[in-house]
Design a protein around this ligand. Structure first.
Ligand SMILES: CC(=O)SCCNC(=O)CCNC(=O)[C@H](O)C(C)(C)COP(=O)(O)OP(=O)(O)OC[C@H]1O[C@@H](n2cnc3c(N)ncnc32)[C@H](O)[C@@H]1OP(=O)(O)O
Length: 216
């Protein structure tokens, strides 16, 4: 387990990659945990912009990945603020590129999430308020377990997957790498969701899903 930023730990300063909606939720959680935020990285958003989300105000801005590289890799933790949209690879590329250069990603765990001590979380996992992760669950690197999602016992979620708000994975579900489980979807027990599959918001999944398949 590598929860570098969690409800009861305060660690190295963090740099947040992004400045959109997903970033704003993460920054809100970090602020509530009194975590020092060194800055945001966003190429296309001026912090003086009137439309900047208020939760991001007052944070220093960096404009490119090169600005991050000015920090020695062992001096900061990164937070991946890019949301995980079906078939869009930006979040995954960002994680892999910075990992290849020796940087670490902090996990961000809401104080309002319930996580079994018998669950295991990889690097850079983000668990939003109201999410529940039960005993025996294994969550891979760079996954998002979004607001109110339920990951039942012994489910395994491979790296880079996104379990959207209020989705439910019943017991012993396997979610392949980079898959997207839409908001309020329900996956019954013992189902295998293939790599990079997309499950629509509100879908009911009771059969195995092939890699890359979309289920509506
Ligand atoms: C904090 C956050 O916001 S996290 C993000 C949470 N968001 C979600 O969970 C949304 C997940 N995305 C979806 O459900 C999307 O609709 C997808 C990915 C499944 C499909 O998207 P696309 O491939 O672009 O399909 P598209 O929008 O063209 O719709 C195709 C058809 O399916 C229907 N459809 C799309 N999504 C759904 C759905 N969730 N349930 C039922 N029908 C749907 C459309 O109405 C359309 O029907 P039509 O052909 O009769 O007009």
């Amino acid at each position: 387990m590598s929860s570098l930023v969690s409800s009861n730990k305060r660690t190295a300063d963090v740099i947040v990659l992004g400045a959109g909606g997903h970033t704003s939720v993460l920054v809100d959680m970090l602020r509530q945990q009194d975590q020092t935020i060194t800055g945001l990285v966003s190429a296309d958003l001026a912090l003086e912009d009137n439309e900047l989300r208020s939760v991001l105000e007052d944070l220093p801005q960096y404009f490119s990945d090169d600005d991050v590289l000015a920090f020695p890799a062992d001096s900061v933790c990164l937070v991946n603020g890019i949301g995980a949209i079906p078939k869009r690879l930006t979040r995954i590329k960002l994680f892999n590129n910075f990992k290849a250069q020796g940087y670490r990603f902090a996990s961000v765990i809401s104080q309002q999430a319930i996580i079994s001590p018998f669950a295991s979380l990889g690097e850079g996992v983000q668990v939003m308020p109201g999410a529940i992760i039960q005993a025996g669950a294994i969550i891979g690197d760079n996954c998002i377990i979004n607001t109110g999602a339920i990951v039942e016992h012994d489910s395994v979620i491979d790296a880079h997957s996104h379990i959207a708000p209020r989705a439910t994975l019943c017991g012993q579900v396997h979610v392949g790498q980079g898959a997207f489980i839409g908001a309020n979807a329900v996956v019954i027990q013992n189902i295998n969701i293939g790599r990079e599959a997309v499950i629509a918001a509100g879908a009911r999944v009771h059969k195995h899903v092939q890699a890359g398949e979309t289920v509506i």
